[in-house]
Ligand binder design. Structure first.
Ligand code: 3PY
Ligand code: MG
Length: 255
């Protein structure tokens, strides 16, 4: 479906892909992050400022920079899952998938019949790939990656059922929300022992079920540990913090 190996193909080959996280909704930054060496750029509509227009431009910019384009919609916004794939995203990370019903809704939006109920209209995605509509259709269900965020105790409880959903390609752990919900709102401790050992169990179960395992990493130590746990899709680096840190480091050179 894409000229270079697709994100789906690379994940199937068990390659490790590191994605930058784009929140500022400045599409050219997606190109820069790709040129800097990130394998993917995730455009965040849940907590970031992206709208469907900056997602459209961000997808093209990421691809120009040589990176796979990924999108995270807002909670329960399943309609935007199909739109992101229509605009050329290669993967969608659905937040707060807490039940098998949520996972089925995600697959419904992400996959064409008979697996799901995605509606036809991938013209921009096909254009970006240089594919005919027929070629796009033939490859789409295998090449569009649907990842369900596991980030609450309810999701962990339902994990086996969620992993059994046909058409769901994988899971993506949100350790921030997982720590928030495990502590009933008391604290956000994504790097804590409790959350990290739960993440290890989630990765093991996902891999055993033949599904991709991804995770948001808040520190470099967490990213290294996640790789050792078997996660292969690692979010490591939010563009706003990358810019802030680089600016501080540059100014500190004059101290
Ligand atoms: C979380 O850690 O909860 C996330 O959603 C990461 O973006
Ligand atoms: Mg979250």
């Amino acid at each position: 479906m894409t000229a270079a190996p697709s994100l789906a193909a690379r994940l199937r080959a068990d390659e490790t892909i590191v994605t930058a996280w784009s929140t500022l909704a400045v599409p050219i930054l997606a190109e820069l992050l790709g040129r800097a060496g990130y394998g993917a750029v995730t455009l965040d509509m849940q907590h970031g400022a992206h709208d469907i227009g900056t997602v459209r431009e961000g997808i093209a910019a990421a691809r120009l920079g040589g990176a796979h384009a990924v999108m995270r919609p807002a909670v329960d916004d399943f309609a935007t899952v199909s739109r992101a794939f229509d605009l050329g995203a290669e993967a969608v990370i659905m937040p707060m998938v807490n039940s098998v019903e949520d996972a089925l809704a995600l697959v419904g939006a992400a996959k064409y019949p008979p697996v799901g109920a995605r509606s036809w209209g991938p013209h921009r995605a096909a254009m970006l790939q240089g594919a005919s509509p027929a070629d796009y259709l033939a490859a789409a269900n295998a090449e569009t990656v649907a990842l369900a965020m596991i980030e609450t105790p309810a999701a962990v409880e339902a994990l086996d059922e969620i992993l059994a959903v046909e058409g769901l390609d994988g899971i993506f752990v949100g350790p921030g929300d997982l720590s928030l919900t495990l502590s009933d709102g008391a604290s956000v401790t994504p790097s804590s022992e409790t959350v990290q050992s739960m993440a290890a169990e989630i990765a093991a179960k996902a891999r055993a079920a033949g599904k991709f395992a991804g995770i948001f990493c808040n520190t470099t130590a967490d990213a290294r540990a996640a790789r050792d746990m078997g996660f292969r899709f690692l979010a490591h680096g939010v563009e706003m913090s990358l810019l802030m840190d680089a600016a501080k480091a540059k100014l500190a050179e004059l101290d």
